[in-house]
Ligand binder design. Structure first.
Ligand SMILES: NC(=O)C1=CN([C@@H]2O[C@H](COP(=O)(O)OP(=O)(O)OC[C@H]3O[C@@H](n4cnc5c(N)ncnc54)[C@H](O)[C@@H]3O)[C@@H](O)[C@H]2O)C=CC1
Ligand SMILES: O=C(O)CCC(=O)C(=O)O
Length: 411
């Protein structure tokens, strides 16, 4: 099942639990605007190359639309649509005054030089600048993009609209980025994990972890779990995977990755098959890379007791069903990885107020939002007698539905 069909299915399930009528259901499901642009740039050798870029603006009932921009060869319109919809529910789950959007360009950033990436980002920004805005749609990083990408968008957008730091979040600190944003998604995942484990009388230091993906999110999750005394026994990324039953020294792995750009041949553990990581013996599995990685092919083999969805949509509905039957507890993406967009919100607030917070305040507020979000999800689980995914979906969908009705948009 593709990401959009899966997301729509989860939405419809939540809508049934909430008893929404078909008019409001339709108005919540259909995206506000879908943008597709052709981005042609000169390569460094002078030849021309074209890429297709997307921005889906899903819903703005609760505030400006918000969500990352992904550079990845498999970016497609349905997936961007699904990810934009997930952003709408996610911002509502943590109760920040935003709607949802997502963007992407179908390219492999590893195949482009830095100057080609800059040209591509600037052309994409030129094509969408009049459809985004500080109070309309505020992009941020996602897979394959980073603070530098945001700096180029900020600069290009500012040529048309004047200096506009609040047009993107996740930008460099020197351009108005927030302290703590780079680590925020991973830190939020760790706060979410602690909230779930505490309910079961457990803590990170007693458990073993397998982490798929070692980019922005995965490397921060690994680092923070390691710092809290958790045993990270397997890590993978696109270059390979490493396991060590006694626990991987994550500080060393970070240094190794920085030096070599790869996890391959790291001598603090044994190489393993990257696919095997998802079914590796561990207490907690944290997917931090692509969508759909847990599916009917591998779900029955998963050994973890807890899955924390740091990636967006890592578990397809078939796997969801199989894992739930096995008694695996899944903390869903629209809550678990909401720390990134929460600190993006803090960054936007700081830009608008022209006042910078210290990192301690950012992290303290992040913890407060994540802890409150968990309690609110749990309350919905109780009210609707449902699992954590549906607890999060009903929470998010209900908040957006309420704003939609109040605005008189449901007809
Ligand atoms: N960056 C952010 O603030 C947020 C990111 N997310 C989600 O978290 C996930 C990761 O995003 P980032 O860390 O920002 O991206 P990134 O581009 O920094 O890192 C992605 C990582 O996934 C790895 N990877 C790619 N294909 C893989 C494969 N087949 N097997 C194993 N590893 C593979 C890459 O090697 C890299 O380590 C995505 O699903 C993204 O949508 C969710 C919320 C916020
Ligand atoms: O920080 C943001 O605005 C969005 C992050 C994002 O794309 C996500 O949560 O999936």
């Amino acid at each position: 099942m593709n990401a959009l069909a899966a997301t729509n299915r989860n939405f419809r399930h939540a809508s049934r639990l909430l008893g929404l009528d078909s008019k409001i259901e339709k108005s919540l499901l259909i995206p506000f605007r879908e943008i597709k642009v052709e981005c042609t740039i000169p390569k460094d050798d002078g030849s021309l190359v074209s890429y297709v870029g997307f921005r889906v603006q899903h819903d703005n009932a609760r505030g400006p639309m918000k969500g990352g921009i992904r550079y990845h060869p498999e970016v497609d319109p349905d997936e961007v649509n699904a990810l934009a919809q997930l952003m709408t529910w996610k911002t509502a789950v943590v109760d920040i005054p935003y709607g949802g959007a997502k963007g992407g360009i179908g390219c492999n950033p590893k195949d482009l030089s830095k100057s080609e990436l800059e040209r591509l980002t600037r052309v994409f920004t030129q094509k969408i600048h009049d459809l985004i805005g500080i109070h309309t749609d505020v992009p941020a990083p996602d897979m394959g993009t980073n603070a530098q990408t945001m700096a180029w968008i900020l600069d290009e957008y500012s040529k048309f609209h004047g200096h506009s730091p609040a047009i993107v979040t996740g930008k460099p600190i020197d351009l108005g980025g927030s302290l703590g944003r780079e680590a925020a998604t991973g830190r939020g995942v760790v706060y979410a994990t602690e909230a779930l484990l505490a309910e079961h009388g457990k803590s990170i230091k007693d458990l073993t972890f397998a982490i798929q993906g070692f980019g922005n999110v995965g490397s921060w999750v690994a680092r923070l779990i390691h710092e809290k005394g958790g045993k990270v026994i397997a890590v993978s990324d696109i270059t390979g995977a490493v396991k060590n039953p006694s626990g991987i020294d994550i500080k060393e792995l970070l240094k190794y990755k920085e030096r070599t750009g790869s996890l391959k041949d790291f001598n603090g553990g044994d190489a393993m098959d990257a696919h095997e990581l998802l079914v590796h013996e561990c207490d907690v599995l944290i997917p931090c890379a692509l969508g759909g990685v847990l599916n009917r092919e591998n779900a029955a083999e998963v050994k973890a007791k807890y899955i924390i969805e740091a990636a967006n949509h890592p578990t397809d509905p078939d796997a969801d069903e199989i894992l739930c039957k096995k008694g695996v507890l899944i903390l869903p993406d629209i809550y678990a990885n909401a720390g990134g967009v929460t600190v993006s919100y803090f960054e936007w607030v700081q830009n608008i107020q022209g006042f910078m917070w210290d990192e301690e305040k950012v992290n303290r507020e992040l913890k407060r939002y994540m802890t409150r979000g968990f309690q609110n999800v749990k309350n919905m689980c109780k009210s609707h007698d449902c699992n954590l995914r549906m607890g999060a979906f009903t929470l998010g969908v209900n908040r957006v539905a309420r704003s939609t009705v109040l605005r008189g948009w449901e007809a």
